[in-house]
Design a protein around this ligand. Structure first.
Ligand SMILES: CC(C)[C@@H]1NC[C@@H](O)[C@H](O)[C@@H]1O
Length: 441
């Protein structure tokens, strides 16, 4: 069990052992599937962000910003018609949850978190209070959450739910959010909405006993007083459940960061970084290979996050028809090939004690993890001129060079050096990390 100072509640080991989850952003915005591939949150100038929002799931907001390219795209491509019509166009006719989950599992994911209601207020289940504004009564005419939950649990993965408690463009003001400094103006805080949202989260708990409650963008002020009761109900229903940190500081079993934003939250025994494979969570048809992680990027992101004690929640944005975009499938397939022989160096590991071995960026790229019996060195980008030799800086005596083994089965030679361990092995010059296992002394 891992204690976490935010909630003081021990975080179940399943979560800190899981290391890797898949987010799924799927909604009526997957029909429009359009945003400018501006860049990563935390890197793009906040003054530019909302008018040129790279998040395709924010389409309804972006098209209401005067002069935005999205507004022009919506006018020319969709005749400026109401966003709500995209729900009826959304058919999910090729949705095969078992196919998704098999790929997620092979890629090494141990939990899956779909959007149940994003900022557009459209529910992917027959959510109380939504009337026909959901995928059961319109569009797909399917309880997409129940279908995915069944497939996830059939594959022995954990199932969580994302819920946009803080923003709901149906229930709240419909003025577009123009700047992060004015985000609160776009958020509903009145009692009626708080009751509406509370009732829906309780319904998700009752239906699915979700292993993760992933709320987003805060919680309505009128409902804050009722959150302790909601969390108590959740933990009584799901004793091994975990709650994220986006409830307006009401509670957190763990902290989250998003792309390059809130990286200061990446500390302690339990945190999670999340991002899309490209610059968007919802499927964005304008993204090209230059905007996407490749498999090596995704593996390095996972290894770096895990080496520092975190989990990676990597997002896929399915198309409206229910297929995963081929370019996103390819990344997960690449991760699956790597994970086939590297899982033991990732899952259920922990960071090394501070100061016992140095990570390294550049050439070579080095990261470390450990479990009770082994220490794993991940090595990539070894310069050609080094002839396959790498000096791993470690505390003297930390590693036994005679126990060195490459997890992919290739040969590796190791010898004690003045600053730790020297290894010599072929094929470490690629961006895709290779793990070398050492027995701990
Ligand atoms: C991390 C992810 C859940 C993102 N949170 C903020 C949202 O505005 C964004 O669309 C996306 O859902």
């Amino acid at each position: 069990m891992n204690d976490f100072p935010q909630s003081g509640r021990p975080v179940p080991a399943w979560f800190t052992d899981a290391k890797f989850g898949i987010f799924v952003h799927w909604g009526a915005y997957s029909v429009s599937a359009w945003a400018e591939p501006t860049g990563e949150l935390g890197v793009v100038d906040p003054d530019v962000w909302f008018k040129h929002n790279p998040y395709a799931e924010w389409y309804w907001n972006t098209i209401r910003i005067e002069g935005s390219p999205a507004q022009e795209h919506h006018r020319t491509t969709h005749g400026g018609r109401p966003y709500d019509e995209f729900l009826d166009e959304w058919k999910a006719e090729l949705f095969d949850p078992a196919d998704w989950v098999e790929l997620f599992a092979r890629a090494g994911a141990r939990y899956v978190v779909p959007t149940t209601k994003h900022h557009d207020g459209i529910a992917l289940w027959d959510a109380p209070g939504t009337g026909i504004r959901n995928t059961v009564h319109r569009g797909p005419r399917r309880d997409l959450i129940a279908d995915l939950a069944a497939a996830v649990r059939a594959r022995d993965l954990r199932f969580g739910v994302y819920y946009s408690g803080g923003i709901d463009w149906y229930a709240g003001r419909r003025d577009p959010v123009l700047h992060e400094d004015r985000m609160d103006e776009g958020r509903p805080h009145e009692a009626a909405y708080a009751a509406y949202a509370h009732r829906q989260v309780i319904d998700l708990i009752d239906r699915h006993s979700p292993d993760v409650l992933w709320n987003d963008m805060g919680w309505p002020r009128a409902g804050q007083a009722d959150l302790p009761e909601l969390f108590s109900y959740y933990y009584a229903t799901v004793p091994e459940g975990v709650v994220n940190d986006r409830w307006d500081n009401a509670h957190a079993d763990y902290l989250t960061s998003e792309y390059e934003a809130d990286r200061a939250n990446e500390w302690g025994a339990c945190w999670e970084n999340t991002r899309g494979i490209g610059f968007s969570f919802g499927y964005n048809q304008t993204e090209g290979p230059e905007h996407l992680l490749d498999p090596a990027d995704a593996v390095r992101l996972l290894v770096d996050v895990v080496s520092r004690g975190g989990n990676l929640l990597l997002n896929v944005g399915p198309k409206a028809d229910g297929t995963l975009p081929q370019e996103q499938r390819a990344v997960l397939e690449g991760m699956a090939s790597w994970m086939a022989c590297h899982s033991e160096a990732v899952h259920a590991t922990r960071p090394l004690e501070s100061g016992s071995a140095d990570p390294h960026d550049g050439d070579p790229w080095v990261r470390w993890t450990r479990d009770e019996r082994h220490i794993y060195a991940f090595v990539a980008d070894v310069p050609d001129e080094a002839g396959g030799r790498v000096a791993l800086k470690t505390r003297p005596g930390l590693l036994d060079p005679d126990t060195a083994e490459r997890l992919d089965g290739d040969t590796v030679k190791a010898e004690a050096g003045p600053e730790g361990i020297h290894i010599t092995s072929a094929g470490l010059d690629t961006p895709l990390p290779t793990a070398i296992r050492f027995a701990t002394r």
